[in-house]
Design a protein around this ligand. Structure first.
Ligand SMILES: C[S@@+](CC[C@H](N)C(=O)[O-])C[C@H]1O[C@@H](n2cnc3c(N)ncnc32)[C@H](O)[C@@H]1O
Length: 245
């Protein structure tokens, strides 16, 4: 009774989820848009990341989404999920909004999840340590899409080192991002992490990017879709669209 859209919208979502084998349209849109840019820039592989894995529902969904896209795209995917493996760490200070989250929430059955994953790499440990380690050997392919779901300000700010520590060769000039935890005032939580990153980086920005199609689809979660842009990336100005007649 409280569903705010015509019931045909829910029916459409149910039918497309059933036929494609996944339901997170917001994840799909980010990965699909990134794959299209990767292909236009001449890449045949790209990396998709989920920060914050918990029991693995999102990472398993990413595997299904990538397999679906690979049926029609020339691009192949490397997938990585980052998590402590032990649930939320203790909050650092008020900026982590400790009234909302508690240490130990969202713990993981590591072996159980590993046995269910078909190909995603599980990178376990605090992201402050695992992100530099992951990048030390170079990303397996350019990073094109990232789903952020770490809840805290501190964890999200640490995860942003994926942007500041990576070499341009490790990422596409633009990275399509989803932020799960935007429900806060701009002085705390993820909104603060984004604002501080933008303040600290003159030539790299993380900005909300609203697509008209997303506004028509409540399952696209339009307000949670962002893009990371690196204005100095060697490919930033290379065209990625066909000529418009
Ligand atoms: C809300 S859960 C993720 C849910 C998952 N994305 C999904 O869709 O099913 C948040 C996760 O972030 C992880 N996390 C938070 N801070 C972290 C940090 N500093 N390093 C690594 N993982 C962290 C927690 O362990 C927790 O599992």
């Amino acid at each position: 009774m409280s569903y705010p859209y015509p019931l045909r919208v829910a029916l459409w979502q149910k039918l497309r989820s059933k036929s494609r084998g996944f339901s997170r349209q917001h994840y799909y849109n980010c990965v699909m848009r990134a794959a299209s840019e990767a292909a236009a820039l001449g890449h045949n592989r790209m990396t998709v990341i989920e920060f914050g894995v918990a029991a693995g529902a999102g990472l398993l969904e990413l595997e299904r989404i990538c397999s679906h896209i690979e049926k029609t795209s020339p691009v192949r995917f490397d997938i990585a999920g980052f998590d402590t493996g032990m649930g939320l760490p203790p909050p650092t200070d008020y900026r982590d909004a400790p009234w909302k989250w508690q240490e130990g929430w969202y713990d993981m059955d590591v072996n159980g999840l590993r046995s269910r994953l078909a190909r995603a790499q599980l990178v376990l440990g605090p992201v402050a340590e695992t992100v530099p380690q992951f990048l030390a050997g170079g990303s397996p392919s350019p990073i094109g899409a990232i789903m952020f779901d770490l809840d805290y300000f501190s964890s999200t700010a640490d995860a942003f080192r994926i942007f500041s520590l990576s070499r341009p060769a490790d990422r596409l000039p633009r990275i399509h991002c989803y932020f799960d935890d935007l429900g806060n005032i701009e002085d705390v939580g993820v909104p603060r992490a984004i604002a501080e990153f933008n303040e600290a980086n003159e030539a790299m920005k993380i900005r909300q990017r609203t697509y008209a199609n997303d506004l028509r689809d409540p399952y696209a979660l339009a307000w949670k879709i962002y893009e990371f842009h690196d204005f100095r990336h060697p490919d930033y100005m290379r065209p990625v669209r066909q000529k418009i007649a």
